[in-house]
Design a protein. Structure first.
Length: 174
């Protein structure tokens, strides 16, 4: 008899599911967005590394050859990123190529080192998660990037030129 008079708890799972679902979806979408950011960061580091490998093959002796080397290096990094990063936009890429003289070890001649600093404003494609992550880097979207929620990724790679003849420090932007 008590079995029939006991209050039934049917439908209790639905409100609990409704309260847990938004938190679960936010976490799932955050994992997806962070995965996209990590993929973009790996592509930027690899593209920068490949570009600096190409840049060490150019001999820079003055402003004219530096500008040519910079153009070739910028084309190299854009080509690598276009193939490795889904949705790549060259308007979101900013970088600096530097050919600099550094002192060699005691008594050794000076060395020329090529350094590439690259930044990419990765778009945040998931709206709510993007709005949260956009505030994490503290930039809120750099002035040089197209408008929208972005997260700035950065990479810096350096290599030494073999058998370089030396010269002045030359810097060019792309």
């Amino acid at each position: 008899m008590t079995r029939f008079m006991r209050p039934r708890a049917e439908g209790q799972a639905l409100p609990e599911f409704g309260m847990a679902l938004p938190i679960f979806l936010l976490l799932a979408f955050a994992i997806v967005q962070v995965g996209l950011l990590m993929s973009g960061d790996v592509a930027l580091v690899n593209g920068t590394r490949d570009a600096v490998r190409a840049a060490v093959t150019y001999r820079v002796g003055g402003a004219t050859t530096a500008q040519a080397a910079c153009s070739l290096t910028a084309a190299e990094i854009r080509t690598k990123l276009a193939g490795a990063m889904p949705g790549f936009s060259s308007a979101r890429l900013k970088g600096v190529v530097t050919y600099a003289q550094v002192a060699g070890p005691s008594g050794a001649p000076a060395l020329t080192v090529v350094t590439i600093d690259a930044s990419y404003a990765q778009p945040l494609v998931i709206p709510l998660v993007g709005a949260i992550l956009d505030r994490v880097d503290g930039l809120g979207g750099p002035a040089w990037a197209p408008p929208g929620d972005t997260f700035v990724l950065g990479a810096r790679e350096s290599m030494r030129l073999e058998g370089s003849a030396g010269g002045a420090t030359v810097t060019c932007a792309f």
